[in-house]
Design a protein. Structure first.
Length: 150
């Protein structure tokens, strides 16, 4: 029974990722960073990621994205999505690399946390905010480090 449930879950997750990929390319979220973050979040969370994408990010028609995402709860979901995408991706990459090493349990956890923090900050936080800082990436890193740390 569990095998059947897992098979259904993975099929629904794959379909969710394919829809978010297709929709973000054709119906367009605002930037490639946001598009990548939603695709990763949906890959990690399956139909839950698709649900939150539809409720908080997918524009109902062309030109309506800014108005659609104006409510604060939708902005909060999109902000959290960037943290989830960046931190989880860093942790997964670090876990894959560290699994090849024979580190003590405490060290691998710290290394994975640091990798998640760095990936979240340097890719998903700073790149998403670089437009607010006139295209200055290092300024965006400096200005977003507090948000990523907290």
């Amino acid at each position: 029974m569990l095998d059947g449930a897992m098979t259904v879950w993975f099929i629904l997750a794959a379909l969710s990722v394919l829809f978010v990929l297709w929709d973000s390319l054709t119906n367009g979220v605002t930037s490639w960073v946001q598009r990548m973050a939603w695709i990763l979040v949906t890959a990690y969370t399956g139909v839950f990621g698709l649900f939150f994408y539809l409720m908080s990010c997918r524009r109902p028609f062309i030109g309506a994205h800014d108005e659609f995402t104006k409510p604060e709860w939708k902005q909060a979901v999109n902000s959290e999505m960037h943290c989830l995408a960046g931190d989880a991706t860093g942790i997964i990459i670090a876990a894959l690399i560290l699994s090849l090493m024979n580190l003590a349990n405490g060290l691998d956890i710290v290394a994975e946390y640091v990798a998640g923090f760095i990936c979240g900050l340097l890719i998903f936080q700073a790149l998403m905010m670089v437009g607010m800082y006139q295209g200055k990436y290092l300024l965006a890193v400096r200005k977003t480090i507090f948000a990523e740390t907290v």
